[in-house]
Ligand binder design. Sequence first.
Ligand code: ADP
Length: 844
Amino acid sequence: MKLSEVDRNKLAPMMKHYVELKDKYQDVILFYRLGDFYEMFFDDAILVSHELELTLTGRQAGLEERVPMCGVPHKAVDIYVDKLIKKGYKVAICEQMEDPKDAKGIVERSVTEVISSGTIISDTLNEKENNYIGSIYNFEYCYVLSYSDITTGEIYSKILDNDYNKLISEVVSLGIKELIINSKIDNTITNIFKTQYKIPITITDNIYEENDYEYVVDNINDERYKISVNHLLYYLIINQKRNMTHLQKLKVIKNDDYLKMDIHTKRNLELTESLRLKERTYSLLWLLDNTKTAMGSRKLKTWIENPLVDKTIINNRYDIVSKLLEEFLLCEDLRKALYEVYDLERLSGRVALGNANARDLLQLKNSLKHLPEIKYILNSINFYYDIEVLEDLYNLLENSIYENPPIGLKEGYLIKEGYSEELDELKELRSGGKNFISNFEIEERERTGIKNLKVGFNKVFGYYIEVSKGSVNQITEDMGYIRKQTLANCERYINPLLKEKEDLILTSEEKIINLEYSLFISIRDKVKEYIPKLQEISKVISEIDVLQSFALVAEKYNYVRPTINDNDEIRLIDSRHPVVEKVIKDEYVSNDIIMDKNTSILLITGPNMAGKSTYMRQLGITVIMAQIGCFIPAKEGNLPVFDKIFTRIGASDDLVSGESTFMVEMKEASNAIANASKNSLILFDELGRGTATFDGMSLAEAILEYIHNNIGCKTLFSTHYHELTDLDRTLKHLKNKHVAASEEDGKITFLHKVKDGSVDKSYGINVATLAGLPKEVITRAEDILKVYENKEKKRDVIVQTTLPLDFEPKESVVEKELKNINVLELTPMDAINILYKLKDKVGK
Ligand code: ADP
C-alpha cells in the first residue's frame, strides 16, 4: 500500500499526524517514536525493511488493510540510522514531546533532528578524519565553497574560479560528504557529484537571515563569504535543526596562503591514500602519523593537504621539531601527556549539540587534568602558542561527575556525593528504605517462621513477599498479608508496612533520577561556556601533537632539517622516497637531486622499472614534507619554496568520466603549463605515451620547449623517447639524467642510481623476461625487434636523402652545358657529338 493511494480522511488521528509530518519530509526517512520503538510506515517501511533486512509488519490505522510498518528499538537507533546514512539516505527523528501518561488525546510529537551524511555525529565517525558538509554558491563569475565539520565546529570558505573541473577537484579532495547547492549551478556538475561521487545533494537558495551566528563572519568584509556561510547555516540550523553554538569563527582559505595541488597531484603522490587500494596505509599520512590525539591526526591530514608557502612559519615549525629532538626527555613526557588527552574538539561539539553524556564529561575532565603539564612543556620548549589550563572547569567536573557513570542520563549515578545537598538527602532516604527492606525480610522470616520467605521487587507489583506453596499454610490472617499474585509454586503478598516504605523508596528513586538529570544538564550548560576556550586549546594541542610526530619520524627514519633558500636552487643529497624506503624489502638506493638556478629541467631516461617515477615522486613528497614543517628523507637538503605542484604520473584517473586516458593526460599537461609560475614544480612522467610514437614525441618536445622558454620552473620529465635527449643542445637549462641498469647475458639488473647523461636503450624485452613472459614470446619479440630496427635504419636513409629537398637545388654540369647551347646554330652532326659527350659525362 502506497501513501499516495491512501484516503487520508479515514486515517486514525495518530496516523493522520504521521502523514502530515511525512508531507514535510518527503525526501527523508521518518523515524516516528512510539513508546520504546521508532516506527516507519508506508513507503518508508517498505524501503527500510528492505535496506536493513527488518521484518515488515502492519498496523491498524483506520483503513481496511493494515498499513505497512517496520520499527527499530529506540535504544539501538544509532546503529540503524548509521546504516541508512551510509547508504546515502537522510533520516528525520520524530520524538514524543510529552510523557504518554500525561497526554490528553494523541501524544505530542515533533521532529527534533534530521541526520544526513554531512551532519551525523555518531561515535562511528572516523576520528582521524573530518566529516565535512559543504555549500557551493554560484556567483556566475566564481564559486564560493564553504564547508564545516559540525562535530568540531570548524568552518572554512574559499573562492574558486568559474571552472567546474577545479570545483569538482576541490570538493573531492576535501572529502566533502554532503553538498548544499544554489539553484544557479549547472546540472552536469550536480549529476557528477551525485552519480560519480555519490555525494547527497540538496538544491536550495535559502539563506539564514537571523543574527545569532553573526559572530562567525563578523571579521569578514566580502559579502560573498557571508552569503555562502549563511547558505550553509540555513540548511544546518533550519533544515537539520542543529544547534550550532560551538560554531567557530569563519576561516577564509586564501589561495595564495598554501601550496596548490589539484586532486590528481594529491592522488599521484599518494599523500593521504595509496593509489592502488585507496587506503591510508602506505600513504605519506600513514607514514608521518605518530600523533597521540585524534585532533592531531586530523590536523596532520589538513597540513599535508595544505603545505605552507610562508618561509617564516615553515622555519618556526622546524625550530620546534629541532627543540623536541634536543629535549627528548621533555618530548617523551609530552607524548605521555598527549596520550591522555581525549578528542577535546569533538567533545566540545557534543556538549554544544546537547548529546554529551556523563562519560563524555569525565573524558573532558581527565583530559583537562593533563593541561598543566602540557603547558609547562610548551613553555619550556618556547612553543609559539600557550594554553589556558581551565582549573575552574576541572574542579567543577572533578566535584560533580561520578567516576563510573552509565551511558544514559535517566538512570541516575551521574553525580557525586557532596555536590548537591538536596540530592544527598534523597539518597539517604532511599538507602534508609533499602535497609528497611533487608531488615524486613529477616524480621518476617522470624515472625512467620517461614525460612525461605523472600522479599522481591518487580515493575508491575512493586515490592512483594514471596512464600513457596509448601509454606503458605503457615500464614495466618493476623499477619496482615494481602495476596497479590499466584504463581505455579509460590504465592506473592504485600502488607501495609511494606507498601508504605515502597512509596518512599520509589518516590525518592524517581526524584533522584530527575534531580541528577537536571544537575547534569546544568553542569553541561556550564561546560558550554568554556567551548571557545576548549577549541583554542584543541588547536594548540593538535599542532604540538603533529610536531612531536614529526620529531618522532625524523628520529626513527633519519630525516634532516632542510634549509629553505631564496635562490631557486634544489640541492638534495642522498634523497630517498620515504614511503618506498620503508616498504620495500631491498635496500633503498638514495639519489641526489641537484638543480641549480640555471637548471630548470631534468630529462630522465631509463628502462621501465628503473625507478624514474619513484625519483620524481620522491622530489614531490620531499617538497611537501619540507613545506609542512617536517624534516626530510635525505642527508642534506636545500630547497626553495614552491607555490604549486603539477604532476602527470602513473595511471590517469579522470574526474569527469567519459574521457580517454590521452585526453586526461593532455588536459593535465595543459592545466600545468597554463597555471605554473616560475616557482612551481612540474613532474611529468612519460607525457605523450598515450598516443602514436611520433605524435607523442612531438608533443613532449613542444611541451618541454614551452616550459623551458616560457615558464622556467623546476621540472622533472621522464621519457621513453631517447630522441628527446638531444634537446640539451638547444635548451640550455635542460640536463639529461638517466637511471642506470646493467645487462649481463640478457639479464637486466636495476641499479636505481640516477646518473648524468642519457641512455639509448630501453630494455623493454629484458623487463618482459623478468615479468615471466613465455620464452617463445620473448624470442619472437627479439626477432621482430631486429626487423623493426633494420626498417628504422632504412627509413633513416630515406629520410636523409629526401631531407636536402628542403634546400635550393644546385645546377649540375650537364645542365650548365645544356643552357649554353644555341640549338638553332647546330648542325645535325654537332648535335649528335654533343649528345654523345653529355651521355658520357652522366655515365661518369
Ligand atoms: P619506472 O618509473 O622507471 O618504471 P618505478 O619508479 O615505478 O620505475 O620503480 C619501479 C620499482 O623499483 C619500484 O616499485 C621500487 O620498488 C623500485 N625502486 C625504485 N627506485 C628505487 C630506489 N631508489 N631504490 C630501491 N628501489 C627502488
